[in-house]
Design a protein around this ligand. Structure first.
Ligand code: SF4
Length: 231
């Protein structure tokens, strides 16, 4: 893999989609709740769950924690796996309320490494969720890896299919660190958003739409020189 390919990929995706302005959410707290609710579901379902929380006037750490697990599960029902997600929200809320006085900014304040460890220590928060919170709610430089990233990268031969989360994250962070300060944060935020868009619209698990995809020109070539996904 060549860092130039990854940077060119962004140029191509951005040219197709424009700046995507991720992540949806009115506040850092809402972004964090969304990051937990979006596990294994489409964002439109998360929006409905968050709308329920707003309508019930409980989208606030203490109010959510005062709900019973079953009340919380019913409110977030549109997000799917609602019982599991209620059980994942509660430990996050407990840490936020009890250790950080309900202040999400306090939880997300500090070195990226320290905050990431704090998040990963919370039951139900894995690397992808933690990195979404860090990158989009906390303004930390912590690249997010997801299923779309893995599929696109491995089909282009940019990583082995069995690359670990940490290996992919390190690859992206080292290859895409060429912008200064705040520009870099926006770049990483939008880069992940662009990959999600390509993953949804073109790079499907079966029958990818390579001929219409903005990344087609970055596919490996077969023996006859034609673009050919490596899978
Ligand atoms: S060109 Fe094909 S393999 Fe590459 S990202 Fe697009 S759809 Fe996926």
């Amino acid at each position: 893999m060549n860092a130039a390919d990854l940077r060119r990929a962004y140029t191509l995706m951005r040219r197709r989609h424009g700046h995507l302005g991720w992540w949806p959410g009115d506040t850092p707290f809402e972004i964090c709740i969304g990051a937990i609710l979006t596990q294994n579901t489409a964002w439109t379902n998360v929006e409905r769950a968050i709308a329920n929380l707003k309508q019930a006037n409980v989208l606030e750490p203490r109010s959510l924690l005062e709900l019973s697990e079953s009340e919380l599960a019913q409110l977030i029902r549109p997000a799917g796996y609602f019982n599991v997600k209620a059980r994942r929200l509660i430990p996050f809320l407990k840490v936020l309320v009890r250790e950080f006085d309900s202040e999400i900014e306090q939880l997300l304040c500090g070195s990226t490494r320290t905050v990431r460890h704090t998040l990963l220590d919370i039951h139900g928060i894995g690397p992808e969720t933690a990195d979404c919170m860090l990158l989009y709610a906390g303004g930390h430089l912590s690249f997010v890896i997801d299923t779309y990233t893995r599929r696109i990268f491995s089909r282009h031969g940019w990583c082995p299919p069995d690359a670990s989360y940490d290996e992919l994250k390190a690859l992206c962070e080292s290859s895409l660190s060429h912008k200064p300060g705040r520009q870099l944060l926006d770049y990483w935020q939008d880069y992940h958003a662009q990959l999600v868009q390509v993953g949804k619209d073109y790079c499907r698990p079966k029958n990818p739409r390579c001929t219409e995809c903005p990344l087609q020109c970055l596919l490996p070539k077969d023996a006859s020189g034609h673009p050919h996904p490596s899978w």
